[in-house]
Design a protein around this ligand. Structure first.
Ligand code: GDP
Length: 454
């Protein structure tokens, strides 16, 4: 039986490196390259035990280190696994790897250990995928999502929907013998209700993809407002240094500047826009058009008002627009150091997030950051804190399409066969999500994104 091996730690100098072996003969290969101190023998080592000793190749001693043994099926891959920890130099680590290869192991492919864990039924495909998400997580929220998925949160949710669909399919099969007109209306109603609840559940998971992307790539954020209200000053405040050109002349911020700001776990991609106003000035017009487009693309809108001046019609209009907006919005009443005019409080009444701030002095910055933090960490209230990846989203999209088809077929009074076909397709897409029913090429594709040694 073949034994695979790989360096599981990073290819950089460090304190320790780990070379991992997996396969039925993994412990035999380890015994050829590792000599425990004292009179111990590798073949006698129990699972979950380790030994200190010499790592050797042929007669030559390469390094000293620690060998850990996991015996099948109680290991990551479900097979016999041996892990050799040696000194963390690049050369010495490669020498140990070479010694393993010279003694019967072959170099592992990307993600091959986790692929074995999947093939041996240790992990569902979504759990296996979350291993890589854990490695690439850059913040608390994405790390927590990976952990939840690894613990089976996504698997359980998709299995629960699939379970409900299979029950429906069984019901449909039982009805197949009856003439359709005899079916009680109440049964059809219940069926419609179940399909709808499945659609809702799937839809929440689909939405979590966008949230995850936003967290991974940064939240597209637009700073909008009339000229001279303090947008560039606010941008500089958030960035912590002078970036945008600030002048007293209205309409002088003409370019769309984009910068990245990190607030705790969250990354904002900030765009400072030319003021959202009607203009005849050709140069600024381009900026205004771009700004409006940006507004549509933004996941967070910081709408700035000059609080030292009483609100005018334009401010009223903008506030109205914000109230209609479905996105996340914060109204910022700026220039609080100059004393604020009354009027904004009432105008902004229905908006959830309104904040008084001085972009110039920085007063209120902490509160702004707290609001932003709260907005985006409350993702988990919507989707249980998990973010699906692209492959998972494609399966969920497919399930959603089929469910909607099935419900439409039901509503239009089509034959129950048509409903059955759609629900079967939806259940199939969910089986693909968990990896229960999946082609070899998709599995290969999933693990090709892994690193070697995982
Ligand atoms: P923008 O056109 O919206 O980008 O506005 P700017 O950031 O260029 O600011 C316009 C003017 O308002 C500048 O003179 C800023 O110094 C001033 N300004 C901006 N924020 C504040 C503030 O919080 N307090 C005071 N007193 N002045 C501010």
């Amino acid at each position: 039986m073949s034994v695979i091996c790989a360096i599981s730690t990073a290819q950089a100098p460090g304190a320790i490196s780990v070379i991992r072996l997996s396969g039925e003969g993994a412990i035999e290969v380890a015994a050829r390259v590792f000599e425990p101190a004292g009179n111990k023998r590798v073949s006698d080592m129990a699972g979950y035990s380790c030994a200190y000793g010499e790592i050797k190749s042929g007669g030559e001693r390469i390094d000293d280190g620690v060998l850990t043994i996991f015996r099948a099926p109680h290991s990551y891959t479900g097979e016999n696994v041996a892990e050799i920890s040696c000194h963390g130099g690049i050369y010495v680590t490669q020498r140990v790897l070479r010694a393993c290869c010279e003694n019967g192991a072959k170099a592992a492919q990307r993600g091959e250990f986790t692929k074995l864990a999947f093939l041996n039924g240790k992990l569902s495909l979504t759990q296996a995928e979350s291993v890589m998400d854990t490695i690439s997580a850059q913040g608390e929220l994405t790390l927590r999502s990976a952990k939840l998925i690894r613990e089976g949160a996504l698997y359980k949710r998709s299995e629960s929907v699939k379970g409900r669909l299979i029950k429906l399919l069984a019901q449909l099969a039982a009805w197949a013998d009856y003439p359709e007109e005899d079916l009680p209306e109440v049964e059809l109603e219940t069926m419609r209700g179940t399909i709808e609840s499945c659609e809702r559940e799937i839809n929440t998971l689909i939405k979590s993809f966008d949230n995850g992307m936003i967290l991974r790539r940064g939240i597209p954020t637009a700073i909008i407002g009339k000229p001279n209200v303090g947008k560039s000053t606010l941008m500089n405040l958030m960035l912590g240094y002078e970036r945008a050109i600030v002048t007293d002349i209205a309409g002088t911020t003409r370019d769309l500047l984009e910068e990245t700001v990190r607030i705790g776990d969250i990354t904002l991609k900030l765009t400072d826009t030319a003021g959202l106003r009607k203009t005849n000035d050709e140069v600024e017009k381009i900026g205004v058009e771009m700004a409006q487009r940006r507004l549509g693309e933004s996941a967070l809108i910081l709408a700035v008002f000059d609080g030292s001046k009483a609100p005018d019609r334009e401010d009223e209009q903008l506030i109205e627009q914000l109230k209609q907006s479905s996105g996340r919005v914060i109204a910022i009443i700026n220039k609080s150091d100059l004393g604020l005019e009354a009027g904004y409080t009432e105008l902004c009444g229905e908006l959830t997030n309104v904040i008084e701030l001085s972009a110039k002095s920085g007063e209120g910055k902490g509160e702004l950051e707290r609001i932003i933090g709260r907005m985006f960490t409350s993702f988990d209230e919507e989707d249980g804190g998990i973010f699906v990846n692209e492959r998972q989203k494609a399966c969920l999209d497919e399930a959603m399409r089929s469910l909607t088809e099935g419900r439409t077929a039901l509503d239009m009074g089509m034959t129950l066969d048509a409903v059955t076909i759609s629900l079967e397709q939806a259940a199939g897409a969910l089986a693909e999500l968990s990896g229960e029913r999946i082609s070899e090429s998709v599995v290969d594709e999933v693990f090709s994104r892994f690193c070697v040694g995982k």
